[in-house]
Design a protein around this ligand. Structure first.
Ligand SMILES: NC(=O)C1=CN([C@@H]2O[C@H](COP(=O)(O)OP(=O)(O)OC[C@H]3O[C@@H](n4cnc5c(N)ncnc54)[C@H](O)[C@@H]3O)[C@@H](O)[C@H]2O)C=CC1
Ligand SMILES: O=C1O[C@H](COP(=O)(O)O)[C@@H](O)[C@H](O)[C@H]1O
Length: 257
């Protein structure tokens, strides 16, 4: 990707992981919701993804969008996910196709499929010996309204791809934590996404050849219940981390060289 890349939600945790890992690899245009505390080392603007003028200014001159901005709370109320996640994503897509943007990478979520985690399947499905695996071809099954908004973002991508040809990669992000996997939280360990792997999968999504994809964004955890096959095959994703390589906060197995 030679053109500038718009990163919405740049001030959040996922944005931080991406900029730490691949900040030097691209010409970025960062979008913040409120003025950043420190002057960013990349071009930036402040705006709301639910505002047509802000969104048009954001996509101007970019070749790709990584769309992270939104309300990330699993317990977020409908009025918030409707405005920030659904309306905001639709406006981003509309502006992107108007601008002729080539590709759109969308931060979907494990919560788009959270209701697969039924009482009958859990907690066994969070364990290494269990063979239950979602692969991205399943229909969304949200367990909360936030998950509904994330599934809706995926469907918006399907529409804008089919109608306008923009390349779309939906990454169903697991549980991003810095440094080590969540502690005493089996579900979080099964869908842990390390900061380096988060940056790497987004770089893959900016570079790979695809049309419309839904992939899971987790590290290569032994416990996983999300398949990484599609991300490996289509994006060339090669995660370096595994939650099983940690005891609490301590790494006990080093990543392969
Ligand atoms: N952190 C995680 O483990 C996961 C995150 N995600 C998704 O990744 C994306 C980023 O999540 P995080 O970085 O964790 O959240 P965050 O809350 O740290 O960052 C989100 C950013 O979006 C901005 N934002 C919110 N509403 C906005 C609006 N209307 N206009 C412009 N900017 C707005 C906020 O100011 C914030 O900087 C979200 O869409 C979330 O749903 C999905 C799965 C897991
Ligand atoms: O989509 C998201 O998922 C992660 C993990 O979910 P959790 O229910 O295990 O906490 C969550 O931390 C994050 O806030 C959310 O955006």
């Amino acid at each position: 990707m030679d053109d500038p890349v718009l990163l919405t939600g740049a001030g959040g945790a996922v944005g931080e992981a991406i900029l730490e890992g691949i900040g030097d690899a691209y010409e970025w245009k960062l979008m913040f919701h409120s003025p950043p505390a420190e002057e960013p080392s990349h071009e930036y603007l402040v705006g709301d993804v639910a505002d047509d003028e802000d969104v048009a200014a954001a996509v101007e001159g970019v070749g790709a969008v990584i769309h992270l901005a939104g309300d990330p709370r699993p317990e977020a109320p409908w009025d918030s996910v409707l405005a920030n996640n659904i309306d905001g994503t639709q406006k981003m897509y509309e502006a992107a196709v108007d601008e002729g943007v080539e590709r759109f990478v969308y931060a979907s979520s494990n919560h788009a499929v959270g209701a697969f985690e039924t009482d009958r399947r859990t907690p066994e499905m969070y364990r290494e010996e269990d063979d239950f695996l979602l692969d991205g071809s399943e229909f969304p099954r949200p367990g909360n309204l936030y998950g509904v908004s994330k599934a809706t973002g995926e469907v918006l991508g399907r529409y804008y791809h089919d109608e306008h040809g923009i390349k779309v990669c939906n990454i169903r992000i697991g549980n991003l934590t810095r440094g080590h996997p969540p502690i005493d939280y089996e579900r979080g360990q099964a869908m842990w996404l390390s900061y380096p792997d988060c940056a790497h999968i987004h770089e893959c999504a900016l570079e790979a050849d695809y049309e419309f994809e839904i992939v899971y964004g987790i590290s290569d955890n032994d416990r996983k219940y999300y398949s990484l096959d599609r991300a490996r095959e289509v994006l060339g994703y090669r995660p370096q981390d595994n939650s099983a390589h940690f005891e609490g906060e301590d790494r006990v197995v080093e990543p392969d060289a």
